[in-house]
Design a protein. Structure first.
Lengths: 611, 181
């Protein structure tokens, strides 16, 4: 019973109603009884005094004129009041004048009257009252009546008992109502919650039966379910997109391998004619470039998902970024025999931004345009100033986009046409990346299409920088004046033997002196006698990792000034930071771009020249 | 009443050898005087009965010297309904004037004439004779064994312009209603 009350809302509700009803009744009963017992005595004596006064007035003439018979008749009227037990009249001199006794009641009248007033003895109240006529006392009335407050108390308790029983009945009804109005909806919510947990079905809803706070609870609960369901669906969708992305990734990475292997086979043949050999080399270069681009995209995806995508903000000429992008996509455009129209103003349009990243945005847009347009189509790219903004538009005559697709194309891993995608390389991150990059430049990007088959247009808007901000100008491309080629001592350390050897071959071909190591310990040992001008160090090496090697080389007097270059597969910002702290001068992401290696060697040449 | 008792005590102690008849006479006279005073308390006096609010209720006595003497003693220092009470003794044949109530004693001669004359002047008459009410008395003493009773004629009372309290009628031996004669 008590357990049932403790564990059910209904039991508690009933207990609450019961307890408040019973205690309210009990308290009011106690108050009433106390008040009434006090009032009873006063009321009763007042009543009896009034009775005595009436009797005194009526029987005054009988007393005055010595008429006992009339006095007895007057007293006999007391019999109409059943609780009057006896009455008597005394003369002025105190003699008993007339009496009345209730039938069946036995009493002895006092021989002489006492002083005016009342007294209570047992269950009897007796009272003396003077008979006064014209201001003179002419006699005394004596009355005896029942005095039974306890019987009245019993009456009270009976009534309270009946009221309590009635209240309990009402309570039972109320609790029944509570059950349906309060407990039931809550139980319903609990039931639905259990079902949702066991079935993972977020489409279930609790039924709303009332418009009160519980109704609100049900509404909130249902809204929460809807939200949970939506989130679960989103997670499933995202997960599915990721799965598709991984499948696409594997596919895209594998695609270039076949032509690479074929080309390699061709080159290994002894009697390859020069034209075929050149063709194979070009093919290898193209496929390799494609792979590098895929991996770069992959790194950018990682930066987007971890929120580490960042851009530099430097004054730059927007035409340069567009030209970079055109340079990148030209091979694809030529392959697909598209006609590309370029329209740019003569005067330079300056913006604050990251030239490489903006070029990436435009090349992504151009790349998409080329991919999603049937061979022999037309592409347009235009750059113009509109008020405070520079606007770049990339348009094509391709397959276009339907309105539904327009809303999702900027989402991660979304690809417009899977069937077409099978023939077109890409990971479905290009537009996502473009949008993030534009947003980082505080610009906007929007897609437009007249519909399927009618081509599409993408528009990027960037805030124009004031003309005076042109300071740095073109950077990077014309780095340092080409130093006369010098023979440099170069240490290459990589546990991947092929990677180390191929880089070493490349450097030997450039006429440098090379030492190769395949772990950190070897690298340190080799460096000691060799005193290299430049050291290309892999980070993830056995025995001693690259960071530690760099730190120790920095401590040695002979290698303190060596140009240290980190070679890693990790291109994230914190990786760069860590390399810098370990003492590296440069951080190069694998595979190293030959042009970049040349730049590094140029820097090293000039350093050794000045040293 | 105190006076009656004082008198009784004097009589009992002072005149111990007095005859029983004498004692009865004295007791009866004082009892009648006491009743006369009490009657005055049950008459519903109106303002027109008096010259002024302070004017006394005057009780005239004819032909009952002993009772008159008792009455003098009784009314001394007492009042009824705010009025002091006075007693006036009238000689036989003298016209009763300036009283509101007149007791005509048993010894009075020309009893009926006296009663009529008084009633005509608006005086409430008390008699002490067998056919007192029929003669025009409003209240008449009636002997009743050892006790003293009285009878009332509402008719006569009304003729003299007075009303008698119904409380007193309760203890009257006989009540003659209005318009009965």
């Amino acid at each position: 019973m008590f357990d049932a009350i403790r564990h059910s809302v209904r039991g508690k509700a009933i207990l609450l109603v019961l307890a408040s009803t019973v205690s309210a009744l009990a308290l009011s009963a106690v108050g009433l009884v106390l008040y009434d017992l006090r009032a009873y005595e006063r009321q009763w004596t007042t009543d009896l005094t009034t009775q005595a006064e009436i009797l005194a007035r009526a029987s005054a003439p009988a007393l005055a004129f010595d008429d006992r018979a009339t006095a007895a008749k007057d007293l006999a009227l007391l019999k109409v009041r059943p609780f009057m037990l006896a009455g008597a009249l005394y003369t002025r001199s105190g003699e008993l004048f007339a009496t009345y006794t209730k039938p069946g009641f036995d009493t002895r009248f006092p021989p002489r009257p006492e002083a005016e007033g009342y007294s209570i003895q047992g269950d009897q109240l007796s009272l003396y009252h003077r008979v006064v006529e014209e201001g003179e006392a002419i006699g005394t009335v004596y009355l005896v009546a029942y005095y039974r407050p306890w019987s009245r108390l019993v009456d009270y308790l009976t009534i309270i008992g009946l009221v309590m029983i009635a209240s309990l009945a009402v309570t039972a009804l109320l609790s029944g109502w509570l059950q349906s109005a309060i407990t039931m909806p809550i139980l319903e919510v609990a039931r639905v919650a259990r079902e949702v947990m066991s079935q993972r079905d977020y489409s279930l809803r609790a039924r709303k039966t009332t418009d009160d706070e519980i109704g609100e609870l049900v509404d909130s609960f249902n809204a929460m379910l809807a939200e949970s369901g939506r989130r679960a669906q989103e997670l499933r969708d995202a997960d599915q997109r990721k799965d598709e992305f991984l499948a696409t990734l594997a596919h895209e990475l594998r695609n270039p391998l076949a032509p690479l292997r074929n080309a390699l086979e061709i080159l290994r043949m002894r009697d390859v004619d020069p034209a075929t050999g050149e063709k194979a080399r070009q093919m290898m270069q193209r496929q390799l470039a494609q792979m590098v681009r895929l991996v770069d995209d992959l790194l950018d995806v990682s930066r987007i998902t971890t929120g580490k995508l960042a851009v530099r903000r430097e004054p730059l000429v927007l035409q340069a970024a567009v030209n970079d992008a055109l340079e990148t996509v030209r091979p694809l455009v030529e392959t697909r025999r598209h006609q590309l129209d370029v329209s740019m103003p003569e005067e330079p349009l300056m913006v604050q931004g990251d030239r490489t990243r903006l070029a990436q945005v435009f090349s992504n847009l151009l790349n998409n345009a080329a991919k999603y347009t049937e061979p022999g189509g037309r592409l347009w790219i235009s750059l113009e100033a509109e008020g405070e903004e520079a606007v770049v538009r990339v348009r094509d005559s391709g397959i276009g986009l339907d309105p539904h697709a327009l809303s999702t194309i900027f989402d991660m891993f979304v690809q417009v046409d899977r069937s077409l995608e099978r023939t077109q390389a890409g990971l479905g991150v290009g537009l996502t990346l473009a949008k993030r990059l534009v947003m980082l430049h505080e610009g906007t990007i929007a897609g437009r299409s007249e519909g399927g088959g009618l081509g599409s247009e993408f528009e990027v808007r960037l805030k124009l920088a004031a003309a005076g901000e042109e300071g740095g100008g073109s950077q990077g491309l014309s780095a340092s004046p080409a130093a006369p080629p010098r023979r440099l001592r170069i240490l290459v350390a990589d546990d991947n033997v092929d990677a180390a050897t191929s880089l070493a071959d490349l450097l030997v071909a450039r006429g440098h002196d090379i030492r190769v190591a395949h772990d950190g310990a070897q690298a340190l040992f080799a460096a000691r006698g060799f005193e290299p001008d430049v050291a290309f160090l892999d980070i993830g090496m056995p025995k001693v990792h690259g960071y530690e090697v760099a730190r120790r080389l920095r401590e040695e007097t002979a290698t303190r000034r060596t140009l240290l270059v980190a070679l890693t597969g990790w291109g994230r910002e914190d990786d760069r930071q860590r390399a810098k702290e370990a003492g590296f001068d440069r951080h190069v992401v694998k595979p190293p771009d030959p042009a970049e290696i040349d730049r590094i060697l140029d820097v090293a040449s000039s350093r050794t020249a000045t040293a | 009443m105190a006076a009656v008792r004082a008198l009784l005590a004097i009589l009992l102690v002072g005149i111990a050898t007095a005859a029983a008849g004498q004692r009865t006479e004295a007791t009866e006279a004082s009892l009648k005087a006491a009743y006369l005073f009490k009657f005055a308390g049950y008459i519903e006096w109106s303002a027109t009965d008096f010259a002024s609010p302070e004017a006394p209720i005057a009780i005239g006595v004819v032909g009952a010297d002993e009772i008159a003497a008792e009455l003098y003693r009784i009314v001394a220092g007492r009042s009824i309904a705010g009025h002091p009470v006075a007693v006036k003794r009238f000689a036989e044949g003298e016209a009763a004037r300036g009283v509101q109530m007149l007791f005509v004693g048993r010894e009075a001669s020309k009893l009926a004439g006296t009663v009529r004359a008084a009633q005509a002047q608006g005086i409430l008459v008390v008699t002490d004779t067998e056919r007192g009410l029929e003669m025009g008395g409003a209240i008449n003493f009636v002997p009743q064994g050892e006790r003293l009773g009285f009878e009332v004629s509402l008719d006569s009372a009304e003729k003299s312009g007075h009303r008698i309290s119904s409380r007193m009628l309760n203890v009257a031996r006989r009540v003659v209603q209005k318009g009965a004669s």
